[in-house]
Design a binder for this molecule. Structure first.
Ligand SMILES: Cc1ncc(COP(=O)(O)O)c(C=O)c1O
Length: 400
């Protein structure tokens, strides 16, 4: 057997991930420890998954309790954890019904199916999504994405799908018509560089919806579950999309996704039409219940308030390093630092300074701390960011 986890992984696993060179030992709150005992501050949260941080005592307790009752019985049976979580999601969101899946892509696929069923009933066939959007790695999701790295040599994709420029009102007006069945979007693009939909663009989208009658699918996989200080990011536009796609944060670290919609659309998925063996697994659902409860006991407020503080710190950094930082995007615990150079070297430098963050859209440093992040931890991050930028400057990392 090889010595290190890194070496062993290289022997036996697909080499498809750009893993950070950290061999994980344990994680608690906002901290991750490697097997040598080195501590990292986690500004990635398992890519927006660990909403309550790592090893949240409430989640541990709930999962332990559930483990002792039953692990899996299948969706042939009625189960308290699923039903309670669906009650919480419908109560807090104002929507009627929930379908549980295991992941973001699986939820997005289900949303496409609902839209297609609705389209059949209304003789509408075309679906539209936006450049820079990310919806998962399955064929339905990929069909509504544009980035070549995800799609090259993988075609053909689903027909009647178009991907148009984001925030481009003219392109939107050109694309939608009577045949439009659904428009799918992340109102705050994560992989696309923490870019939000312009309010004017959203207003136009809603006007076009009124005129042509199509569905809006909101992909809240990354931005949802309180991450930006409200249950969903789209809440900030005071709109109500038809179908919401959830995952990541809702399972608090366990694999869980959800489709949330109204009665009429949920009815289109009649008995046997759609399903999943594991979706709504009771362990994931009990964790989800704790996440939902904690959100409304102050965690969502914390995400909002700490998000404002993080933004202040980032703006100070932008003032101090104007030649490297041009913009701060996003809000709450989903923010992006737009750089004049590639963000990968900064991610590497931050790691050396004990901070885990990630690069997105080439030149954006993406920050996804747990929603439980503290002011002291943000200060610690700020010191490390300053140090990292200074080191890069001293090394002469190219600008622009
Ligand atoms: C907005 C968005 N949608 C969908 C997905 C796909 O989720 P999953 O990886 O759980 O399939 C992701 C994953 O990053 C995402 O950020």
């Amino acid at each position: 057997m090889k010595n290190t986890l890194i070496e062993r992984e290289q022997e036996v696993m697909f080499q498809n991930y750009r893993r950070l060179p950290i061999e994980i030992e344990r994680a608690i709150g906002s901290e991750i420890f490697d097997i040598s005992g080195k501590r990292y501050l986690d500004f990635l949260s398992g890519i927006a998954v660990n909403a309550l941080g790592h090893s949240h005592p409430g989640i541990i307790e709930a999962v332990k309790h559930q483990v002792e009752k039953y692990l899996h019985v299948s969706n042939f049976f009625y189960q308290e954890p699923q039903i309670r979580l669906a009650e919480l999601i419908t109560e807090k969101s104002g929507y009627d019904r929930v379908f549980f899946s295991n992941s973001g892509a699986e939820s997005f696929e289900g949303a496409i199916k609902i839209a297609r069923l609705w389209g059949h009933a209304h003789n509408k066939h075309q679906m539209i999504a936006f450049q820079g959007g990310f919806h998962g790695r399955t064929y339905g999701s990929l069909s509504l994405m544009d980035k070549p790295i995800y799609k090259e040599n993988l075609g053909p994709f689903l027909p009647n799908m178009s991907v148009i420029p984001f925030n481009d009102i003219e392109a939107l007006k050109q694309a939608v018509n009577d045949d439009t069945c659904a428009v799918a979007l992340e109102f705050l693009q994560g992989e696309g560089g923490i870019t939000h939909a312009d309010p004017a663009f959203v207003t136009e989208l809603m006007n076009l919806k009124d005129h042509f009658n199509f569905l809006i699918i909101a992909d809240e996989v990354q931005s949802g579950v309180g991450r930006t200080g409200s249950l969903f990011f789209f809440d900030k536009y005071l709109i109500k999309p038809d179908i919401i796609v959830m995952a990541k944060g809702i399972g608090g670290g366990l694999p869980l996704g959800a489709i949330v919609t109204n009665d009429d659309l949920a009815k289109l998925i009649d008995k046997g039409r759609h399903g999943t063996t594991y979706g709504g697994n009771p362990l994931a659902c009990v964790a989800g219940i704790v996440v939902m409860e904690e959100l409304y006991k102050g965690v969502m407020n914390n995400a909002r308030e700490m998000g404002c503080y993080l933004k202040e710190v980032l703006h100070q950094m932008m003032d101090a390093f104007p030649e490297y930082i041009t913009e701060i995007r996003g809000c709450g615990c989903m923010q992006g630092v737009v750089l004049t150079c590639e963000s990968a070297p900064l991610v590497h430098e931050l790691l050396l300074n004990g901070i885990i963050a990630n690069a997105t859209a080439l030149n954006v440093l993406r920050l996804l701390p747990p929603l439980t992040i503290t002011k002291a931890e943000i200060d610690e991050f700020g010191v490390a960011l300053k140090q990292s930028l200074q080191t890069l400057i001293s090394k002469g990392v190219p600008k622009g």
